[in-house]
Design a protein around this ligand. Structure first.
Ligand code: ZN
Length: 105
């Protein structure tokens, strides 16, 4: 997975195409990510014994990471992520735009 929690991403496919949001959680096993305000479903819940919150609740559902593009923290554009192996063997994510090419934290 090239997308991590706290990343800013843009949705490139599906109902929420064009929306931007912050990743709140990732699910590496299923290759999905939860993005703030993206892919929301409305849940109608009735008050029951152990559910205190009743009424209409907006809930986000995980989005396949392939539907998301990372927004570069340097050039602010949606980009494809390149991986670069650093001298110490760790991998860094790098912006794919030639004009930018910065490491993304
Ligand atoms: Zn960039």
């Amino acid at each position: 997975m090239k997308i991590r929690a706290d990343d800013n991403v843009m949705v490139i496919k599906g109902r929420d195409r064009g929306k931007q949001g912050q990743v709140t959680r990732t699910f590496p096993k299923s290759g999905k990510a939860l993005v703030e305000g993206v892919n929301t479903v409305v849940r109608h819940t009735k008050p029951t014994g152990n559910m205190r919150q009743a009424g209409i609740i907006q809930k986000e559902m995980p989005v396949p990471a392939s539907n998301l593009m990372l927004i570069c923290t340097h050039c602010n554009k949606p980009i494809r992520v390149k991986l670069r192996v650093l001298a110490d063997g760790s991998k860094a994510r790098v912006c794919s735009r030639d004009e930018c090419g910065e490491v993304i934290e």
